[in-house]
Design a protein. Structure first.
Length: 117
């Protein structure tokens, strides 16, 4: 993952975080009932969003081609913006589980490699 890819997607995730926090604190002042667990999970998801997006893209591109996602139903149009929003929200929600699964995969692979040496 390149630095430019990471920073671009981190900016998207930060925008989603700001939007989510503004909706969350719309009626209640920020000082009332701050749930630090939710806030820390949101911040962690924001930081892991670029990794999650990259892993999800890589997973689906093993079964399809890049041209599949740019033709037919997925052509660039105003309607595709809604699909982008849903995709980004799914990546944000799955950021912690996907990153955790990836780290477990890397750890198991490393232990298996050391066992064979």
């Amino acid at each position: 993952m390149s630095t430019a890819y990471f920073l671009k997607n981190l900016a998207i995730a930060a925008g989603l975080l700001i939007l989510g926090l503004s909706v969350w604190f719309y009626k209640d002042p920020v000082t009332q009932d701050i749930h630090y667990g939710y806030l820390s999970a949101a911040l962690l998801s924001t930081l892991l969003f670029p990794l999650s997006k990259k892993l999800i893209e890589s997973f689906f591109l093993t079964f399809t081609t890049r041209s599949f996602w740019t033709t037919g139903l997925f052509t660039e149009s105003p309607g595709k913006n809604g699909l982008y929003v849903m995709y980004y929200i799914v990546c944000m929600l799955l950021a912690i589980p996907v990153a955790g699964a990836y780290l477990m995969y890397v750890a198991i692979k490393k232990v298996a490699r050391q066992g064979h040496s």
